[in-house]
Design a protein around this ligand. Sequence first.
Ligand code: ACM
Length: 408
Amino acid sequence: MTNSQNSFTVESVGKDFSVSNKSPLKIGVLFSQSGVTSRIGQSQLQGTLLGIEEVNEAGGVDGREVIPVVYDAQSDPRQYATLAEKLIVEDRVNTIFGCYMSSSRKAVIPIIERWNKLLFFPTLYEGFEFSDNLVYTGAAPNQNSVQLAEYMTANFGARAYLIGSDYIYPWESNRIMKELILQHPESEILGERYVKLDAGEQEFKAILEDIRVKQPDFIFSTVVGDSTASLYHAYAEAGFDPRRMPIASLTTSEAEISQMQPGTSAGHFTAAPYFQSIRSDVNQRCLERFRRRFGDGCMPNLCWEAAYFQIHLFANAFRQAGSDSIHVLLPHLLGSEFQAPQGKVRIDPSNHHTCLYPRVGRVDAHGQFTIMREATRPVYPDPYLVTHSLGDWTVKLSNHIDAPNEEG
Ligand code: ACM
């Protein structure tokens, strides 16, 4: 790797391109290696680099080595916008892979659209968005919120309390979750509170005292980044019992759990298309390659997986298109498939989102997820929730375990 300020490019690994007379293909990589969402941002970066190394080991794209130009956007939407423009104008990339918080994606979209470039976004989000210049490889609300609402209300009850970080994704994701929960006949929303992005345990203590009084059936958390650990620590400190009133989330992944004291998250729930614990050969082989290359320091998670497989989708489309100009590449990208660690994924041509496999997991004592339910077929993305409502995923799922109150 060569470093300069907050950027670096990665030199070739595994395959010698020095004899190739073809110029390398530069791509932009824009995640947060510092700031409040750096734990998950680093994992997204590493998933991206693993994908690039595999592509280069297989000969690159049309004999061209793929070279990532990497910047650290520091969990700051303004940095995302500035660096996206720098990647396009100075580094002259046509494609950027990046963003975690929806506030950063929203900051990058006008830049990407103005220059008519392409952004791959490997993160679950609130839906209700489309851009010709984006490909969304994380879950839309019909691929995680619907499943989580259904699972929690069926197994714990429909009286919920919502806590989120104070920015667009939690507000919108909570709005969707409320609409889903309120379809249940015995539902009640007992509270909805927001904390700043760097909230510590103290901020959560006051909210948890309100929760002690209101006694919901479950807490829905849209807290992101470092403060996720503070929420779960404050919950444990307050003496609550996950068997009676668990936290359910879409953003508490293996990455955030790795920032908690051991056992703190045991018994809580997350819905996601990918967990490290998926038993498939594709997943196990991918995890082995990743650990050989990056060691045990990073925690693969749903956003790591999306960051990894979107590189392969891009590379395969490039091989067919022979170009990364958006108008040449997109027709080959839309409708394309890849055998990802979660199962075979496909980019839906009509809305640029991805067909994924919803799963609900319960955290075990080691910070891994026991998969409680999972889709037997990929669920098509419906980012505007036109055709999905509470209860309709049960026909699409296989039951693995149906005893949510047992210790994991
Ligand atoms: C998010 O902000 N899309 C997690």
